[in-house]
Design a protein around this ligand. Structure first.
Ligand code: PEP
Length: 257
């Protein structure tokens, strides 16, 4: 049986300037201990303007916290004003980059096709994409959450070779649960995360599917994380609001306690 190290990632969204980001990482590092790092992988996903500062603190103090960005361009370089390339993120030693967060899909019209190009760009530059997928409320009410989310998975992974796909992280984030305080039940999370693993097995192989980490995201807090993490196909959490409070985020990291 494959053991998957849980990935607890804090998505700061458009919060914290670079000075606040430094303080945030320091507080997190102060609160965490070797037992935490042995049990889970911890990452912060920071705004672009914070990344250099976050890198400097983490590498300067040899912290075991991983870091990454919240988006990237599908292009390597060129006339794309305002965009940031995977090469630029790689130069800052980013480990992760989220792709297709529901807020990008909603406010920037990101399609599965664009997400697919971004996933490929991330891999091209040695970054691990965290591909975010999940249904809105209408789809959930109609009972189509599995089919809808799997279609996003298929789109995001189109023509991605197995040697890359086996390292991807998938974040199942039901849109109706993001930032709303409305958390999916552990059974809801398992239903879709299990289906995602099943589809990975169909697209690639069971062996590959067993290696991929699938996170749940949507109003995760210290009070609900343990029940969600107890589900067999949930391998971590993508945490938004609660990740802005270092003490709360560390409690989430310590979901087993
Ligand atoms: C997120 O930003 O991906 C997220 C899940 O946010 P929240 O935890 O605030 O719902």
């Amino acid at each position: 049986m494959t053991t998957r190290t849980p990935l607890m990632a804090g998505n700061w969204k458009m919060n914290l300037n670079h000075l606040e980001a430094i303080a945030q990482v320091q507080k997190l590092a102060f609160a965490m201990n070797d037992k935490d790092y042995a049990a889970v992988e911890v990452a912060v996903l920071a705004p672009f303007t914070d990344l250099r500062s976050v890198q400097t603190v983490i590498e300067g103090d040899k912290l075991k916290i991983k870091f990454g960005a919240q988006d990237l361009s599908p292009h390597d370089s060129g006339a794309y004003t305002g965009d940031i390339s995977g090469a630029m993120l790689a130069k800052l030693n980013c480990a992760y980059v989220t792709v297709g967060h529901s807020e990008r899909r909603e406010y920037h019209g990101e399609t599965d096709e664009l997400c697919n190009a971004k996933v490929k760009a991330a891999f091209k530059h040695g970054l691990t994409p965290i591909l975010c997928i999940g249904e809105g409320l209408d789809v959930r009410k109609a009972g189509n959450q599995v089919a809808y989310t799997l279609a996003q998975l298929d789109g995001g992974l189109k023509d991605v070779p197995a040697e890359q796909a086996e390292t991807i992280v998938i974040a199942y984030e039901p849109v109706w649960a993001i930032g709303t305080g409305e958390v999916a039940t552990p059974e809801d999370a398992q239903e879709v995360c299990g289906a995602i693993r099943g589809r990975l097995a169909e697209l690639y192989s069971q062996e590959l599917a067993d290696k991929v980490r699938i996170q749940y995201g949507g109003s995760v807090k210290s009070g609900n994380v343990a029940a969600i993490m107890a589900q067999p196909d949930v391998d971590g959490a993508l945490v938004g609001g609660a990740a802005l409070d270092p003490e709360e985020f560390v409690k989430i990291v310590r979901f087993r306690d």
